[in-house]
Design a protein around this ligand. Sequence first.
Ligand code: GTP
Length: 598
Amino acid sequence: VDTTRIRNFSIIAHIDHGKSTLADRILEVTKVITQREMREQYLDKMDLERERGITIKAQTVRIPYRAADGAEYVLNLIDTPGHVDFSYEVSRSLAACEGALLVVDATQGVEAQTLANVFLALDNDLEIIPVLNKIDLQSADPDRVKQEIEEGIGLDTSEAMNVSAKTGLGVDLVLEAIVKRLPPPKGDREAPLKALIFDSWYDSYQGVVVLFRVVDGTMRTGQKLRMFSTGAEFEVTRLGVFSPGPQDVQDFGPGEVGFLCGAIKDLNEARVGDTITTAAKPATEPLPGFKEVKPMVFCGLYPVDANDYEQLKNALEKLQLNDAAFTFEPETSQALGFGYRCGFLGLLHMEIVQERLEREFQVELIATAPSVVYKVERHDGTTFSIDNPSKLPKQQDTAALYEPFARVEIHVPNEYVGNVFKLCEEKRGIQKDIKYLTATRVIITYELPFAEIVYDFFDRLKSGTRGYASLDYELIDYRASDLVKLDILLNGDPVDALAVIVHRDKAYYLGRDVALKLKKVIPRQMFEVVIQAAIGAKVIARERVAPLRKDVIAKCYGGDITRKRKLLEKQKEGKRRMKRMGNVELPQEAFLAALKAG
Ligand code: GTP
C-alpha cells in the first residue's frame, strides 16, 4: 500500500459518549459491514469465529475508502480499551496512530476520561479531530461543549463536527476529515523492521494473535521474527488484516496495521508495547515507550467449597491466557484454606475478573479485601515489596514503610466541590489544583494514597456527587507513610485473611468499626466468638458474638442422668475443639468489613 494513502486513527471518548456507535456507523457507511451483517455479527459472534477460525476483536479494522478526491485510501481504525485501569494499553494503541477522533457527547460535555485520553493522544503527538456526538437529541448543546473543549483542553474547535452516530448524520464528513486532516504515516521501507505491538490475545485455534503497526521496514510470512524485550524468536505463519473478518495478506510495509500468528504459545511473549524486529537483520533500538505492566491491586480468591480448588485453578489459567496483566499464585490462608493471590491493574480490572470467574466458570468465591503493593525497608537499608498485609513483618523489624500515591483528577459540577474536598481530605489527600472548566464545571486535582482509592473511593465519590463526578487516576510514586497492620483476632487467633494495612491515625477508628461490623455479620455459633482488633500486641477494640445454646438435653426424654451428662461432656469438647481451631464460620461480608468501615 502507498503510505501516502494510509490513515491510522483511534476514537477516544468518555464511556457512553458513543465510541462504539460511531465505529459501527463508519463501518456501515464505508460498506465494510452491511446492516444485516452487523446484526448477525453480534448475534452469532461465536459461530462466526468458529467458521473463520480466529477470534474477532471488535473494532480494529482496515477500511477501504474512496474519498471525494477520487482516490482510494486505507483507513485503519485502531481500537482502544475503554477504562481507567488500562491507560497503558490505550497509550500504546494511540502510539500506533497519527490521529484521533475525540468524541464528546454534546448533551454532556468534557469528562475526566475525555481529558485523560486527550492527554495520552497529545503525548503521542496525534492530530485530534473534535466530534460532537448525539446532535439528534433535543438537549444537545454543541456550542457550550465546544467552548468546554476550547477552554478546558485548549483544542481549536472551529472545525469540530456535529454528528449523530445514531442516525449517521455527519459521518461522511468525519471520513473526509480523516483523509484531509490526519497526516499519512512516515517510515523507512529499507530500514530494519520495527513494528509496535498494541494488542495481543490468545486464540484457541491459532495460538497467540498479535496486532501490530509497522513503523519501519517490511514484514512477510515465513520470516523469522524476534521480540525485542524477551529476545524470543518465531516464524510468522500467517499475516492478515481484519476488515472486519480476517483476510490474509502476504506482506506489510511502513504505516500498515495488521495481525500475525506464529508459534507463540504464551501471551507474555507478545507484550503490548514491545517492538517486533527480524532475527536476520534486527533493529538496534526498540521503539520508545515499552513498559512492563505490573499488577497494582491484589486480593486473595478462595473457593467457597474446597472441592472447587482445581476448578478455580483451571479457570484462572484460562483467564490468564487472555489477560497478561492478570497474575495469580497459590496462597494458603489459615482461615480460608487453599486459594490464590491474584493481581490486577486496578479495582475495575479486579471486579471484571471476579465476575467472569463466577459467571463463566461457575466458581463460587470468597474474595479478601483488596490490597495495594507496599514497600518495606529493613534496618539494613534493603527493601522488598508485599502484596498481602499478613506478610508485613513486625514493627521492630522494619525501618520504614512506603505506599503508592496516585494523582487523581475529578470533574464535577461546582455544587459538589465541597463534598469532593471533604472526601479527599478524609482520604489523606493533598490538594494540587482547582480549575474551572466552565462557570459551572470544576476540575479538582489531588494526590491520594492509592490504598485509599482502592477502598471505597469510587462509591463514596459517586454518592457524594449524585453520580455527576467523573474521575481518572495515574500512579505517580511511593511515599513513606506511618502505616500499621491492623490484625483481627477471633477467639484470640489472628485471622490472616482479615488483616489490613492502614495509616496509624485511622487505625483506632477503623479497628473499632471493623469489629462492630464483624459482630453484625458473623452468625451466632455454638460457642462464644470474641472479636478483637489489634495493632501488634495492643488490642484496640473488642466485641463478642454470644453463643447459641443448643438444647442438647431436650432430646433425652426422662431421667437417664448418665446419658445427659455424656451429652453435655461431648458438647463441651466440641466447643473446645472448635475454639482451639479458630473454626469460626465467616461469611463473605466479613472480608469486606474493612472496606465498608469508616
Ligand atoms: P463504552 O463502550 O461503554 O465505552 O461506550 P461507547 O462510548 O462506545 O458508547 P456507545 O457507542 O455504546 O453509546 C452509548 C449510548 O449512547 C448507546 O445507548 C447509544 O445508542 C447511544 N448513542 C450513541 N451515539 C448516539 C447518537 O448520536 N445519538 C443518540 N441519541 N444516541 C447515541
